[in-house]
Design a protein. Structure first.
Length: 131
């Protein structure tokens, strides 16, 4: 059984939520990076690295990916884009999950952005309200 933030059991709904964020992200990356193979490879690797992870595991994964991307900037030349896109997509998954966690009054991985809230709401089926 996978676990949520801090080791609490994660429901099937949360597993499905995370899978949807990852699957949607991979689909978007395939469109965005159609002519940028290193970007695409890094993005897909970042998304797939998030599967089945708890919030605390995602935080550790994000920290490691950001360190790798920083090191790659000076060490790997063009390969930098693999590591940078990998880290950015892991951050996107953490952003969306953090929005959902915050909405439930739970600790977040990182402060979610407006786009993270919007994506979480669309996945969870929350309708936007206009006044």
């Amino acid at each position: 059984c996978s676990t949520g933030h801090g080791g609490a059991p994660m429901s099937m709904e949360n597993d499905a939520f995370l899978s949807r964020i990852i699957d949607d992200g991979i689909a978007a990356a395939k469109v965005s990076y159609v002519h940028k193979p290193l970007h695409l490879e890094g993005a897909i690797d970042g998304f797939t690295s998030c599967r089945g992870k708890t919030a605390s595991e995602l935080r550790a994964l994000l920290d490691a990916a950001n360190k790798e991307a920083l090191a790659a900037r000076t060490r790997y030349g063009e390969q930098y884009w693999f590591y940078r896109c990998r880290a950015l997509e892991i951050e996107w998954v953490c952003n969306c999950l953090s929005a959902a966690l915050h909405n439930q009054g739970l600790p977040v991985i990182l402060p979610p952005t407006a786009r993270g809230y919007m994506k979480a709401a669309s996945v969870l089926g929350v309708a936007s309200r206009t006044s």
